[in-house]
Design a binder for this molecule. Structure first.
Ligand code: SF4
Length: 425
């Protein structure tokens, strides 16, 4: 079962524009190898990792750094220098349409609104931003102060993602969040009044909490009327304070049955509230899906900036990935360190399947071929007949049962492709 947030890596159109999809012959394995027609019209997203936090939450294994006096100006300058370096490597970045910007963290809402405005202006001077650009800011309710949300809106932010996690005071203390339930509610109300699109993050599967407790948190979240909800199950990572405590004295985490009940209850309640699951942990009212994340799940290209930010780029008939240094100080010293590394087509295909099948729309044959250079391998009958995958025309999507076992579904599909290759080869 999936618990974790993935990289925030968006797109408007269903298909990247560009040349056709030439098949250059069947390669050993059943997949067709072609070129990567990522033309100059292919859209991309921009992810900016702002790594500073006021305090480390007990469960956090994100790239987050607590600093007493974060150097906001220097970090903003380094981010634009980083972008200049990436454009020098791939000049097409300045020509293809950028359809989304996602400020993630860390706590991006620690950055003063004028630094966010400075960055957006810097991106506009260097990139081709589309007119109805989606710009998301992840926000911690504890950073809300009078007038700040409106200043972010004035800076250009049009989508706010609020890390609420729970409305229960004991949960918030256990997670070591800095806000209380009242601050969360006030932040949501102000955000809904100012931003056209607001998303909440909520977390379930906390130790000792039953189904009714989660239903109450979800009820309160849905009652706010926000258009988007991300609901994740707590994962206790060993290297976190919570993980170390769990090793010394095990927490009463939910068993598999309760985990399934929590997930199925989430789907049922959000559905009743008018939100549709478009990814296994993300739910939206019509028109409220996160364009940026959807683009990443569709295996689209995105630029990664900031400490620990990572990007993926398709050009020159190849897929490239790049990761920045995680330490803010290392990034500030040299924002150009992250080397571009090739992603082999077979690895790209696996990544495209894993991320695409997270979405309710599934994977689309032409899109996968355009973005990996390979066509989808034959689907084993056990996955179709077993009800784990559904094939509708050119789309293959996971069923709810398939979502619950997604890693295994993808492994079975790829192993089947390997067996076909071996028989042919
Ligand atoms: S606010 Fe988010 S990124 Fe920062 S420590 Fe807490 S969970 Fe980690």
């Amino acid at each position: 079962m999936y618990h974790r947030r993935t990289e925030q890596g968006g797109e408007k159109s269903d298909q990247p524009s560009g040349a056709g999809h030439p098949n250059a012959g069947r390669q050993a394995g059943g997949a067709l190898r072609g070129s990567l027609p990522q033309g100059r019209g292919a859209p991309f997203g921009l992810y900016v990792h702002l790594p500073y936090c006021l305090h480390r939450c007990s469960y956090c294994d994100f790239n987050a750094h607590v600093r007493s006096d974060p150097p906001f100006d220097a970090m903003a300058a380094a981010i634009l220098a980083d972008l200049d370096g990436q454009i020098a490597r791939f000049p097409a970045m300045a020509m293809r349409p950028c359809t989304s910007i996602f400020f993630g963290g860390g706590t991006p809402s620690l950055f003063p609104p004028d630094r966010i405005a400075f960055l957006i202006q810097g991106f506009a001077e260097r990139l081709k931003l589309i007119p109805d650009l989606e710009i998301t800011l992840e926000t911690n309710p504890a950073t809300r102060e009078h007038g700040r949300f409106q200043s972010y809106r004035d800076a250009g932010i049009n989508r706010m993602s609020l890390g609420v996690q729970s409305f229960d005071e004991a949960d918030l203390r256990f997670l070591e969040r800095l806000h209380d339930a009242d601050q969360a509610q006030r932040a949501i109300q102000e955000a809904v009044a100012i931003f056209p699109r607001v998303s909440l993050d909520l977390m379930y599967g906390l130790p000792g909490r039953d189904l009714a407790h989660w239903q109450e948190q979800l009820r309160q979240g849905l009652a706010t009327g926000v258009g988007h909800l991300s609901a994740y199950q707590l994962t206790v990572e060993p290297q976190t304070p919570m993980g170390r405590g769990h090793a010394a004295q095990p927490l009463a985490l939910p068993d598999d049955d309760l985990s399934c009940d929590l997930t199925e209850t989430t789907w049922a309640l959000v559905d009743r509230a008018g939100l549709t699951p478009y990814e296994l942990a993300n739910f939206a009212r019509p028109g409220q899906r996160c364009r940026h994340n959807l683009h990443v799940w569709r295996y689209g290209d995105y630029i990664g900036l900031g400490a620990g930010g990572h990007g993926k780029w398709g050009e020159e008939g190849k897929i490239w990935r790049r990761a920045n240094p995680k330490s803010p100080e290392g990034y500030l010293a040299d924002p150009h360190q992250g080397p571009w590394q090739r992603v082999l087509p077979e690895q790209g295909l696996e990544e495209a399947l894993l991320s695409g099948l997270r979405t309710s729309e599934g994977v689309v044959r032409k899109r996968v071929q355009a973005r990996t250079g390979l066509s989808l391998p034959l689907i084993p009958e056990t996955l179709l007949g077993g009800g784990w995958l559904n094939e509708r025309g050119a789309r293959i999507a996971a069923s709810r049962e398939g979502w619950m076992m997604l890693d295994e579904v993808v492994v079975r599909w790829l192993v089947h492709a390997q067996e076909v290759r071996s028989r042919k080869g």
